[in-house]
Design a protein around this ligand. Structure first.
Ligand code: ATP
Ligand code: MG
Length: 419
């Protein structure tokens, strides 16, 4: 029996878990600044929810869903359930189920949690990954679309990353049919050059021809959505661009950018990193004015995005990934020093330092080696003699210098050394 993890799934330990948690913390901080409410929705939903929202033609529903079946046939809730591949359908379902579409339609949600998709695993592409997503419901205005990109740009700045924004407008129920028709015509004319998947897509959802990963070059000859926008859609798109330019968010219009899902209208955007390698899409989003009604709710507008947390973490600078979990290790020499050392650790933590107490059962040399391996900068060493005199030996493991510090000055000395 092999008890290893499944292909495409990850165990995150040590520095890689810290990097992901760091991104999550900063994302939560952005959510606070933008006055978003957290929403926590189930991992498991009825399969129909995803079929209705993500569309029966999307890759997610067609090829990537994990279906779950109960063991007993007698289960009254038997039938197909699916592990969520994305957050938006569940959020919108919950919103309708709580009656908010009618009682209080303007809502600002964020979610953070795992998604599951049956993917071809590779670096940056996993079968379970974490998304931070935002959904602004009851907002039809261009400022809502722009605000989403401001959030991502804030996170980019807080993380010190380089990201590129690409935006497009897909039109709405009024002007999109003509664009769809033009794409259909173009697709039919290029049938021989299209991939097998695209032959399936062409009649069901010709917009997705532009999403083809097999031959991206071919799409360059496809009609542009911007040539088909109605006056209202054009005005909305102009406003989004003006808002981004005014806030100095660097973006590029990509007239062939479409989203793989059927419910997107008007604004669509994608955010890529130069650092992640081949899987460089770190976030994607857009407007989905038809979704709430499509899932049985009132006609409420909505716009949102999702960020891939692991991909962002991969883009972070390697030295940050290696950052130590503690600022200082505490080393107690001998059993009598153990109690006072624990008290010193408490004092340092009360001073907001990250403190790790090492197992007191080994010799000083071995403990210092371990501290070094952990990447910790400082070691505070106390033995019987130090306790009696109210001092601590403070060792800087980077410069290999050591000095005696009064216990009351210890926190300040550490802080000065690590800053
Ligand atoms: P891709 O084109 O890379 O497959 P997608 O269009 O399927 O992306 P979305 O469904 O829009 O992606 O999800 C938003 C973000 O979630 C992506 O930009 C990416 O950062 C992240 N993401 C999507 N799928 C995965 C995955 N299998 N592993 C890790 N992150 C992922
Ligand atoms: Mg995908």
């Amino acid at each position: 029996m092999e008890l290893t993890r499944l292909r495409g799934f990850q165990d995150l330990l040590g520095a890689s878990a810290r990097a992901v948690a760091h991104v999550e913390e900063l994302a939560r901080a952005v959510a606070r600044r933008y006055a978003l409410d957290e929403i926590r929705i189930p991992m498991l939903e009825r399969l129909e929810l995803f079929e209705h929202s993500s569309g029966e033609t999307s890759d997610i529903v067609q090829k990537q869903m994990y279906l779950v079946r109960r063991h007993e046939d007698s289960d009254p809730e038997r039938g197909e359930m699916a592990l969520r591949p994305e957050g938006t359908p569940g959020v919108v379902r919950a919103y309708i189920e709580a009656g908010l579409d009618k009682s209080d339609p303007e809502q600002r949600f964020f979610y953070l949690g795992p998604m599951l998709r049956y993917e071809r695993p590779q670096k940056g592409r996993y079968r379970q990954f974490t998304q931070f997503g935002v959904e602004l419901l009851g907002r039809a205005d261009a400022a809502a679309d722009a605000e989403l990109m401001f959030m991502i740009d804030d996170l980019r700045r807080d993380l010190g990353l380089d990201l590129t924004f690409e935006i497009n407008s897909l039109g709405d129920a009024r002007c999109r049919p003509a664009y769809r028709e033009a794409l259909l015509e173009w697709g039919r004319a290029h049938l021989a050059e299209l991939c097998e998947d695209c032959h399936q897509r062409i009649d069901r959802n010709p917009l997705r021809l532009l999403d083809c990963k097999v031959d991206a070059r071919l799409a360059e000859s496809a009609p542009k959505s911007s040539d088909f926008l109605c006056d209202e859609c054009r005005r909305h798109f102009d406003q989004v661009r003006a808002l981004l330019a005014d806030a100095k968010v660097p973006f590029r219009v990509n007239a062939r950018l479409v989203r793989g899902l059927d419910y997107y209208t008007r604004t669509a955007f994608e955010v890529t990193s130069t650092a992640v390698g081949s899987q460089n899409a770190v976030a994607a989003g857009g407007r989905y004015d038809g979704l709430v009604a499509a899932l049985g709710g009132a006609a409420v507008a909505g716009t949102g995005f999702a960020i891939g947390i692991e991909r962002i973490a991969l883009a972070l600078d390697a030295t940050r990934l290696a950052a130590a979990r503690a600022d200082v290790v505490l080393i107690a020499l001998g059993e009598t020093a153990m109690l006072p050392a624990a008290a010193i650790a408490h004092e340092l933590r009360a001073n907001a330092l990250r403190v790790e107490m090492l197992s007191p059962e080994r010799g000083l040399r071995a403990l210092l080696r371990r501290a070094d391996r952990l990447g910790v900068r400082m070691a505070a060493i106390v033995g019987e003699d130090e306790i009696a005199r109210g001092v601590v030996q403070l060792r800087d493991l980077k410069t290999s210098t050591q000095s005696e510090v009064a216990r009351g000055d210890l926190a300040a000395s550490i802080r000065a050394a690590i800053k």
